[in-house]
Design a protein around this ligand. Structure first.
Ligand code: MSP
Length: 510
């Protein structure tokens, strides 16, 4: 049987900046989704990469005394090594300087040109270089860019234009007919208002700098960096070859982005695709932004949180857990060391780690580490088993909604129920009387089996921790969908006493 296809993408990151937790956040969310879908039996294509063209990169390279490609080669390695360290399981990493991408962009541009939806004209407006965006005078705030508040300059240039205005009604109809296309809802409403205000034709070429893909047939122009960058989602699948990966994975199931780049993904991208006669992604989800200790992250404030340093100190899984648990996806969040340490100590060391540690230690003490067959199920056992089984559907529903934090909460409720179950069944009391041996064996089985299911689901969020937990539980198979039912642990299995998965962090020493 062929597996169903699932395609998830992250934005491609600019190489004029080094990776920080904001970038790690989008990639991490995509990774959890990709891992979860694989666990559920999907054939997953998970794409990330780097955005290497444009004036920003050209300027950064000049400032660093490098060619743009030297800069890109150097910075893209930092992204790649961070993804490795963070256990990111992408299928492909696209760079916009690769031949496959340049070829795909040229073809896409030509197709839209041939259909008459790209035409040559002249452009005069206010340009924000850092955002690579033109603004009308009425959009400016004190002549500054309404997005980043930096000064803009008046530019006039010959330019190719994309007839975006032509697609206004078609786009609106698409958004209205597909309530899940733009998420969360508040962002969807913003886009609807924006489109209703009227779409202007969009300048899609530049003549003021060189670093980009030449416009086919008119090489004094380079393709606008967003036209170039957005196309990565299809060039990575082999476009213009529409068989192979493109045929299998396009349109994307989920495109994850930050809220700042929603307009590009929910207005520009779908209209480009419409003009090229290609299908539109099913869903684009804009997550919120991270501040740091209450402030905007910026180079000038020197408060950029460097994920490498966090991973070295606390481990990849703790960082993965924190970023997705702390803030509901879609809302803004604040990063602070105190909350990170608090999460590690309370959720990971106390709740998760302790449960495994206590339960495996008890099995060692009472049954020499050998799992026994469970006997009669009591009401208490049944409630615990049912809660564990219900977790599977809850996590599935929350992940369908991209509610990562709620999915983790649902798992943690079962972990807390496990700790409570131990307190209520009091195995240490049962162990005092030989007549309770069967009851004690049952309690041990329930405690450990519930955790097996917890660690199966955790494989999407915390891959190394899941591996360790399952190894302690004597489970040799990799987590899989068929195993997400009660009864996977087999009597007779030897289970070792678990070491602390997450050592407690002394807050004062930090
Ligand atoms: N190159 C474009 C994307 C092109 S996609 C076809 C770009 N790159 S970026 O490197 O500036 O940003 C990439 C992603 O990082 C965006 O989704 C952005 O929202 C995210 N973040 C950057 N800073 C962030 C925070 N402080 N918090 C959360 N996410 C943030 O835009």
């Amino acid at each position: 049987m062929t597996k169903p296809a699932f395609y998830v993408t992250t934005p491609i990151y600019y190489v004029n900046d080094v990776p920080h937790i904001g970038h790690a956040y989008t990639t991490l969310a995509a990774d959890v989704l990709a891992r979860y879908k694989r666990l559920m039996g999907f054939d997953v294509f998970f794409l990330t990469g780097t955005d290497e063209h444009g004036q920003k990169v050209e300027k950064a390279a000049t400032a660093a005394g490098e060619t743009p490609l030297e800069l890109a080669d150097r910075v893209m390695k930092r992204f790649q090594s961070l993804w490795e360290k963070l256990e990111i399981s992408h299928t492909d990493f696209i760079r916009t300087t690769q031949e496959r991408h340049k070829k795909g962009v040229s073809v896409l541009f030509e197709r839209v040109l041939e259909r008459g939806d790209i035409y040559l004209g002249e452009y005069e407006d206010w340009y924000c270089t850092p955002c690579e965006t033109f603004w009308t005078e009425t959009q400016l705030i004190d002549f500054k860019c309404p997005d980043c508040n930096r000064p803009t300059e008046k530019l006039k240039e010959e330019s190719y234009f994309f007839r975006m205005s032509k697609y206004q009604e078609q786009l609106l109809a698409h958004i209205e007919a597909n309530p899940d296309f733009i998420q969360p809802k508040s962002r969807r409403n913003e886009i609807i208002s924006f489109v209703k205000e009227g779409l202007r034709d969009l300048s899609v070429s530049r003549t003021t700098f060189q670093w980009g893909i030449p416009v086919p047939g008119d090489p004094k122009h380079v393709v606008y960096v967003w036209f170039d960058a957005l196309a990565n989602y299809i060039t990575a699948l082999g476009y213009p070859d529409e068989s192979g990966d493109f045929g299998k994975f396009w349109p994307a199931n989920v495109q994850l982005i930050g809220k700042d780049i929603l307009r590009f993904h929910a207005v520009y991208w779908p209209t480009f695709l419409m003009a090229a006669g290609l299908p539109i992604p099913s869903r684009v989800f804009a997550h919120g932004w991270w501040t740091v200790e209450g402030q905007k992250m910026s180079k000038s404030l020197q408060n950029v949180v460097e994920p490498n340093m966090l991973i070295d100190k606390y481990g990849a899984d703790a960082v993965r857990y924190f970023l997705l648990r702390e803030v509901p996806f879609g809302l803004d969040g604040d990063f602070s060391h105190t909350s990170l340490i608090h999460r590690i100590n309370s959720d990971l060391a106390n709740d998760l780690g302790n449960l495994l540690n206590r339960s495996t230690a008890m099995l060692g003490k009472y049954f020499g580490g050998v799992l026994q067959q469970p006997a009669q199920e009591t009401e208490l056992d049944a409630a615990y088993r049912e809660k564990t089984m219900a977790m599977v559907a809850l996590v599935d529903g929350h992940l369908e909604d991209l509610a990562f934090s709620k999915a983790l909460q649902a798992i943690w409720e079962v972990i807390s129920a496990g700790n409570k179950y131990i307190d209520e069944t009091a195995p240490w009391t049962l162990a005092k009387d030989e007549a309770n041996k069967e009851r004690l064996a049952t309690v041990m089985y329930y405690m450990l089996e519930s955790q097996r299911m917890v660690y199966f689901l955790l494989s999407a969020f915390m891959p190394k921790t899941s591996e360790k937990g399952l190894c302690y539980l004597g489970v040799t198979e990799a987590p899989n969908r068929e195993g997400l039912v009660w009864g996977g642990l087999k009597a007779g299995t030897t289970i070792a006493k678990a070491e602390a998965l997450f050592p407690r962090i002394d807050e004062k020493a930090e």
